[in-house]
Design a protein. Structure first.
Length: 297
């Protein structure tokens, strides 16, 4: 149990309510939860059905996702449960928005996750105008985070942006620099976008997020358990992050860019190959559980 709550809100990154309950007993609280299509595909009940040879129809998959989200929703605090729309590279903003609206009605504390693409941001822009809470996922650059800010100005609820640390680290770029650069850039803003550090795979990344005082971090249960085994310590600001890439080599710094948050969101460069790969990976993981996948054999 944590004696003192950190400034950073702690979310469980997963798709299994039993895991969320376990972490809640370990820490004494869970502020929120993030889910994604890959994590939902790994849910034990869905895995059991797949192992028994029962692949799901699209409707069944949708109902399973809703059921899981409804089990998680009452277990968590005010950071809400993030639910991701099923977008492939060809999905337009209208289709994402229609799905987002439906998912938003599942639970009273939903955050709708849209990918950090032109279509995703267009859907997010309309969503916040309609009073929905959103989480923009698969963010890998400061430009993308600037666009998230500009597209959602005026949102009544905090908007989340999810920069992915681990996937940048994997390929040798210091994901923690991206977090710091976004925090620095947002200091010039009105505070409506909150940084939700995602893709955390190690206790070092978790500790670095706490030391930076990020608004929120989403962490897999196994990393939270590893942190708990070391006493749930909270480092001070002097903590230095010594991340390495997937081959164990030191990470390259990501330089800060001066960007003007008052520019139209469409003027920022939204392209990032990891965003594209991320969408492809979510679609592939999701479709592996389906009877009639559209994209993979
Ligand atoms: C959460 O919102 C993200 O989908 C998640 O943290 C991604 O983590 P991964 O890069 O380990 O898949």
């Amino acid at each position: 149990m944590m004696k003192e709550r950190p400034k950073t809100k702690i979310l469980v990154d997963g798709g299994d309510p039993a895991e969320t309950e376990k972490i809640k007993s370990l820490l004494g609280f869970v502020d929120g939860q993030t889910t994604n299509p890959s994590l939902i595909a790994k849910n034990p009940e869905i895995q059991q059905r797949i192992a028994a040879g029962q692949k799901l129809s699209t409707e069944e998959q949708h109902e399973e996702y809703k059921k899981i989200v409804r089990q998680i929703s009452p277990l968590i605090g005010d950071a809400g449960v993030s639910i991701e729309v099923f977008a492939d590279l060809g999905t337009g903003s209208d289709a994402m928005l229609a799905e987002g609206r439906e998912m938003f009605s599942w639970v009273p504390n939903a955050y709708i996750k849209y990918p950090c693409t032109h279509e995703g941001l267009r859907a997010a822009q309309v969503s916040v105008q309609e009073g929905m809470r959103v989480n923009i996922t698969l963010c890998f650059s400061q430009e993308q985070a600037a666009a998230v800010y500009a597209a959602t100005v005026g949102s009544k609820a905090p908007v989340y942006v999810s920069p992915f640390i681990g996937r940048l680290d994997d390929r040798g770029e210091n994901g923690m620099d991206l977090i710091q650069n976004i925090q620095r850039m947002y200091k010039a803003g009105d505070g409506h976008v909150h940084v939700l550090a995602a893709s955390i795979r190690s206790t070092d990344q978790l500790l670095a997020c706490l030391a930076l005082g990020v608004d929120l971090m989403t962490v897999p249960a196994k990393v939270l358990e590893a942190w708990s085994a070391t006493g749930l310590s909270i480092p001070d600001k002097r903590f230095t992050y010594k991340g390495v890439d997937s081959k164990g080599s030191p990470l390259r710094p990501i330089p800060y860019k001066h960007l003007d948050l008052s520019k139209p969101w469409e003027s920022f460069d939204l392209k990032h190959d990891l965003t594209t790969k991320g969408i492809e990976r979510f679609v592939a993981d999701f479709e592996r559980t389906l009877q009639q996948p559209k994209h993979i054999a």
